[in-house]
Ligand binder design. Structure first.
Ligand code: NDP
Length: 241
């Protein structure tokens, strides 16, 4: 029987590419999403992948949603924490609400999603947790104190859980994408994108969602069992750690 992979924010953008790539690699995929029903319906119609709606920012909703996925598809072997939002603002103008929403989704969301699957992974002596962080969690970014803090926190979470999961056959890794051509990035003013962002990327272009998805498929594979606590930077040469 094929392993079950659960991808948060799995019906759009990078998450959609991850869901599709995992399906192609033989997994039974569940794609979670927050509220864009039209996108989710279109995604299921295109791919045949089941979608599940709940917010990763809500612990009880995560526990209930994961239970539904496991009842319908089987135990989650691969969890991809991909869901993320931006609420950009220079710090002097940032509201507590902008701070909270981003921390709740992009950082606490990892706790909310991983905690309910962790016990089962430990019992079964197998698990793959793959966290989609960001280049801006590695280097910081003006206008994104909330986002960069959450994404840096994701890396601390990854390294800590990697140590806790190692003896139980669970690997926990992170991927830090640079600028990838999804709606989140296309929402940036075109002039800013063309004049101030793309020139900073040595390969001279935005990344493709599929380029992140291929990293996920590798980290999820049985062959990646010795890799844990690692961060893959996929950023076109923009930043080295
Ligand atoms: P998109 O905005 O294209 O898609 C975001 C996805 O996350 C959507 O499916 C959305 O659901 C879902 N989502 C948002 N909030 C929640 C929530 N509370 N609960 C469940 N699902 C939620 O984002 P990207 O594909 O661009 O980004 C994916 C990840 O990659 C994010 O974590 C982002 O921070 C990270 N990243 C992206 C980069 C980029 O250049 N694009 C660069 C570096 C990192 P719905 O469809 O319902 O809205």
């Amino acid at each position: 029987m094929s392993k079950v992979a659960l991808v948060t924010g799995g019906s759009r953008g990078i998450g959609a590419a991850i869901s599709k790539a995992l399906k192609e690699a033989g997994y039974t995929v569940a794609a979670n999403y927050a509220g864009n029903d039209d996108a989710a319906k279109a995604f299921t119609a295109e791919t045949g992948i089941k979608t599940y709606k709940w917010s990763v920012a809500d612990y009880d909703a995560c526990a209930a949603g994961i239970k539904q996925v496991e009842d319908e598809l089987g135990p989650v072997a691969v969890l991809v924490n991909n869901a993320g939002i931006t609420r950009d603002s220079m710090f002097h103008k940032m509201t507590p609400q902008q701070w909270k929403e981003v921390i709740d989704t992009n950082l606490t969301g990892l706790f909310n999603m991983t905690h309910p699957v962790w016990g089962g992974m430990r019992d079964r002596k197998f698990g793959r947790v793959i966290n989609i962080s960001s280049i801006n969690g590695q280097k910081g970014q003006a206008g994104q104190a909330n986002y960069s803090s959450a994404k840096a926190g994701d890396l601390g979470f990854t390294k800590s859980l990697a140590q806790e999961g190692a003896r139980a056959g669970i690997t926990v890794n992170a991927i830090c994408p640079g600028y990838i051509g999804t709606e989140m990035v296309r929402a940036i003013d075109e002039k800013v994108l063309n004049e101030r962002i793309i020139p900073l990327i040595p390969v001279g272009r935005l990344g493709e969602p599929e380029e992140i998805a291929r990293c996920v498929v590798f980290l999820a594979s049985d062959g990646a069992g010795f890799i844990t606590g690692s961060t893959i930077s996929a950023n076109g040469g923009q930043f080295f750690v």
